[in-house]
Design a protein around this ligand. Structure first.
Ligand code: FES
Length: 115
């Protein structure tokens, strides 16, 4: 699997997040204490985007019902969400933040059955 460059390292300040799309997957890139992390940008509770969530330390809070996730691992830390969100490997190369999103992480295509 390959890493996809998503943004210049310098464009994301400490404590900030940015929404990017890799292989049709919305990814939230987070900059915390000098490290970059990438998680799926969709809450595992009711699919709210985490792009407007508040980042405090390593935790991002869902703006809809307040579930919290650890941006390092995607682990769910607070209800009402029960499941983690996917986390993706990050590499810094050539001044860019690069994220690895696999085929399995793609959202399923809508299915239309016979009428
Ligand atoms: S949609 Fe995120 S906590 Fe409900």
């Amino acid at each position: 699997m390959t890493y996809t460059p998503v943004m210049p390292i310098a464009s994301l300040a400490e404590g900030q997040t940015a929404l990017v799309k890799v292989n049709e997957v919305e990814v939230l890139v987070c900059h915390v204490e000098g490290q970059f992390y990438a998680i799926h940008a969709q809450c595992s509770h009711a699919r709210q985007s985490l792009a407007a969530g508040k980042l405090r330390g390593h935790q991002i809070a869902c703006p809809l019902h307040g579930a919290r996730f650890d941006v390092r691992t995607g682990a769910c830390l607070a209800a009402p969400a029960q499941k983690p969100v996917a986390s993706f490997p990050v590499m810094l190369e050539g001044g860019k933040v690069c994220v690895q999103v696999g085929e399995v992480d793609r959202p399923p295509k809508p299915k239309f059955g016979p009428i």
